[in-house]
Design a binder for this molecule. Structure first.
Ligand code: ATP
Ligand code: MG
Length: 390
């Protein structure tokens, strides 16, 4: 029998009547990720997804892709065998060769979810452990502190042998938590805030503002690359690239310099909300963090959030930079984020940004602008780019 992958589900299994909806989303998500790699049978039994290849495939690559799918908390590669202790032993000896050869000590742990199986878990462990020890006599049995734990699981339709599990991506299947527009800059923070919302099941529409020629084509490519890295977790997404130069030039020409950043951010929020409504999104996500910069004080976030009626989620709000950096490294966005290209936020930054802005003040400054026309023409110039992760 072929090698298969077992995905142990996390929080999802606690869901009640809508559990099937979560499961179907997860299966569809897995199906679309694996489609380019061959044909697979997918099924869910006893809080576990079984991913069984039906054609020749690269199992390392399958495993790597599945490690980025939200929903499973643990995953293992396993080999199925008939539900008979001799068959299990015959499967385990060659399948575990590499793991056994690399270990100095081992133990076998068995789980019997099919209670009709004629041996107890302890008897199964003893039988399989004894046979493995005979086949690999240099590996000691150590039930307290082994290098390697071999697992035997007797389930409904077959028995499975594996050498332990690795963590899955956790969270909830993408799409089970609604849809949101995520404001994606080229910085460290917004890829992480996007990831965190996606992990809780939100499907994302990334939106990036660029200010060519003040920002370079490389800066844009960097954001495209960040979106591709995120798409390993979220599945395929449509990146919206919004030309922002005209808005920024109009603000610079007509508004007080100390309000420049805040007015610019209010435009970003307004345009993001329009894209959200056009694409069926119910929220806006940003990488803001309390107190990180002048435009992220409570007063600043009040005046920038105030132009939206949709909820604005800021999942990094309470994190220290160090914590965000750690996450960015773990999810694989950090090295791209730190490439030295400028962002539109650094174009025309005020020397003395207003620290205690009020809504009235901003509304007054914005009367000098034809806001609707600026928003409309930015939206008319949006380019859409479909990105996928692999
Ligand atoms: P980041 O590391 O994500 O760039 P930051 O700490 O540099 O964040 P700001 O530049 O003030 O903070 O941006 C705050 C948030 O506004 C970002 O996290 C992002 O969600 C959004 N944002 C900023 N610039 C852009 C942009 N050019 N396009 C899209 N969203 C942006
Ligand atoms: Mg930034």
């Amino acid at each position: 029998m072929n090698e298969i992958i077992l995905l142990k589900l996390g929080e999802m299994v606690l869901k009640g009547l809508n559990r099937h909806e979560f499961e179907n989303r997860l299966l569809n998500d897995i199906r679309s990720r694996l489609k380019p790699l061959g044909k697979f049978d997918l099924s869910i039994r006893q809080s576990t997804v079984y991913v069984e290849p039906k054609t020749e495939t690269d199992m390392d690559e399958v495993f790597r892709r599945l490690q980025h799918v939200f929903g499973p908390v643990a995953m293992s590669r396993a080999r199925a065998s008939a539900k008979d202790v001799d068959a299990i032993v015959e499967t385990a000896i060659p399948y575990l060769r590499e793991a056994m050869t690399g270990a100095e000590s081992f133990k076998v742990e068995s789980k019997r979810s099919d209670k009709r199986f004629p041996m107890t878990s302890i008897q199964i462990s003893q039988a399989v452990g004894g046979a493995l020890h005979d086949a690999y006599p240099h590996v000691r049995v150590d039930v307290h502190n082994p290098d390697l734990t071999v697992y035997v699981e007797i389930r409904e339709t077959a028995a499975y042998v594996h050498a332990g599990s690795l963590p899955g991506a956790g969270g909830l299947p993408v799409g089970s938590g609604g849809r949101g527009v995520t404001l994606l800059s080229g910085g460290i923070d917004s890829p992480v805030s996007s990831y965190l919302m996606a992990k809780r099941g939100m499907a994302l529409v990334p939106v990036h503002f660029f200010s060519y020629p003040y920002t370079s084509p490389e800066a844009r490519e960097k954001v495209e690359e960040l979106a591709r890295i995120l798409a390993r977790y979220t599945g395929r997404m449509t990146l919206h690239l919004v030309p922002f130069t005209a808005v920024q030039e109009a603000i610079r020409k007509n508004c007080p310099e100390n309000l420049f950043t805040l007015i610019m951010r209010r435009f970003m929020m307004r345009i993001a909300q329009r894209i959200a409504l056009d694409t069926g999104c119910g929220a806006i996500v940003t990488g803001e963090c309390l107190g990180q910069v002048a435009s992220q004080t409570l007063d600043a976030m009040t005046v920038t959030g105030q132009v939206c009626t949709l909820p604005v989620f800021r999942p990094l709000i309470g994190l220290d930079k160090e914590e965000t950096v750690k996450l960015a490294r773990r999810i694989g966005t950090f090295d791209t984020s730190v490439l030295p290209y400028e962002d539109c936020c650094t174009v025309f930054t005020p020397r003395h940004p207003k620290l205690r802005p009020t809504v009235e003040e901003l509304e007054k400054a914005e009367t000098a602008l034809d806001c609707e026309t600026l928003i409309e023409s930015a939206l008319a110039g949006v380019e859409k780019l479909v990105v996928s992760g692999w």
